[in-house]
Design a protein around this ligand. Structure first.
Ligand code: AMP
Length: 189
């Protein structure tokens, strides 16, 4: 049996989004990316988007209550019943607790947390390259460094949380997309 309730954890630029998309094909469950949903909210000019925009532009985290609402609504949709690939959520202890409680209520606990490991220097150069290619407004150097600091301070502690739950697998995030995908495959078995 391959796990299908997954969380991809790792710093910005670790390749979570790329691997999440491959996993969508492979497992036929949706990718749930709070970053993508928040960018869509900003683009549509919704209330959530208005609350989120300033934080996102600075590379800070959007307040927990906003993000938890967005994620819970998405997880409640029918297509997430048979599984999901969480990408970029949770990012704080409060978000992780909210997720644990939600999944416990549903009786569908998380099966794997895949933590993608990539050295800092490599991350900065990947993110600056992505800035050129995609023109994301939160990919300039100062914002990139802030996002990495925010990750270290607020999100990296979740690694221990998921280790404690017995679902953590660390995956070397260096190498080709295919190499990393096959390491993930092993970690899901
Ligand atoms: P991402 O595309 O996952 O790197 O997210 C882009 C930005 O959206 C982040 O820098 C945050 O400002 C915001 N964001 C996305 N997910 C979360 C989350 N789980 N908690 C707080 N802010 C988030």
């Amino acid at each position: 049996m391959t796990a299908s309730r997954l969380l991809l954890l790792g710093p910005p630029g670790a390749g979570k989004g790329t691997q999440a998309k491959l996993l969508v094909e492979r497992l036929q469950v949706p990718q749930i990316s709070t970053g993508d949903m928040l960018r869509a909210a900003v683009a549509s000019g919704s209330e959530v988007g208005k609350r989120a925009q300033g934080y996102m532009d600075r590379g800070d985290l959007v307040p927990d209550e906003v993000v938890i609402g967005v994620a819970e609504e998405r997880l409640a949709r029918a297509d997430a019943e048979k599984g999901f690939i969480l990408d970029g959520f949770p990012r704080t202890a409060a978000q992780a607790d909210a997720l644990d409680r939600l999944l416990e209520r549903r009786g569908t606990p998380l099966e794997r947390c895949l933590c993608m490991v990539v050295a800092d220097d490599e991350l900065v150069s990947r993110l600056l390259k992505r800035a050129e290619l995609e023109g994301r407004s939160d990919d300039d150097e100062e914002t990139v460094r802030n996002r990495m600091r925010v990750y270290r301070e607020q999100t990296a502690p979740l690694i221990d949380h998921y280790r404690g739950l017995g679902v953590l697998r660390e995956v070397d995030g260096l190498g080709s997309v295919e190499d990393i995908a096959s390491r993930i495959e092993e970690a899901l078995a």
